[in-house]
Design a protein around this ligand. Sequence first.
Ligand code: C2E
Ligand code: MG
Ligand code: MG
Ligand code: MG
Length: 275
Amino acid sequence: RAKENGRGQAIGYDPELDRERVRIGELEGELRSAIKSGAIEPVFQPLVSATTGAITGLEALARWQSAAGRISPEVFIPLAEKSGLIDALGVHMLRVSICHARAWPGLTLSVNVSPIQLCNPDFGAQVISVLKESDFDANRLTLEITEGVLMTNPDQARRSIDQLKRVGIKFALDDFGCGYASIGALRQFGFDRMKIDRSLVSGVEDAANGIEVLRATISLATALNIPVTAEGIENARQAAILRDTGCDQLQGYLVGKPMSAQEISETLRLEDPAA
Ligand code: C2E
Ligand code: MG
Ligand code: MG
Ligand code: MG
């Protein structure tokens, strides 16, 4: 905000800042209509067995092709969170992802959920109603949550998680190892899976002590009986290291890039022509 001096004149007025504000305001409007019109769509990234290499599940990731070009979820998810659009976006992603996943029987579906959604008292009921309307088996659904959730409203988060675990939905703690340490959260919130953040995986094949950090992190999860997925696997050496340190599931550009629903269907046909 431009400061004013005693005579009401702006000091340090920055027209750039105004343009930025206008741009964010416009983007918010565009996001609102993009959610309604279906311009936000999921792509799906394979989750593969560390031992067999077979695809066992898919993670839905939101994509937005705006009129002005592609906008990253790193930009529009925080914007949706700030502008009250995240609940609508989240339900839309869940509905559309489930609709596609029905064509891929036997595979799990993982959907990312914002901490803000989880702290909405209606969240549990929303998810259950989407499952019912699409006749999708709750046991196939995993919701991925980042660590920040535990800071905002732990009591409501807990109620949502408990409610949804009772119907068979699973929860994965996403991006573990970047940001807040939430070792306690793994147990307190009853997470079914830990996903090790790409930042811990990246460069591990070169850094001498990187492996020790991974080993310690994975053995912690193992001690709690929680299986571990490694994110951001980009080369064969990383895959070998993460498999050997005890991850049962791998994800990353090496084993599968995010793909359209149609590309996933084709990939699955190639993997198992009988299916
Ligand atoms: P995430 O859930 O941790 O997803 C993994 C991100 O890493 C994705 O980025 C994916 O494309 C990228 N990735 C996967 N493998 C590799 C790899 O081998 N190397 C590299 N460099 N990157 C890899 P993306 O799609 O840009 O999504 C970023 C984040 O945005 C996600 O991180 C998630 O936190 C959030 N997000 C995406 N879709 C949704 C959504 O529908 N709802 C919510 N609440 N958040 C979402
Ligand atoms: Mg995720
Ligand atoms: Mg992640
Ligand atoms: Mg991430």
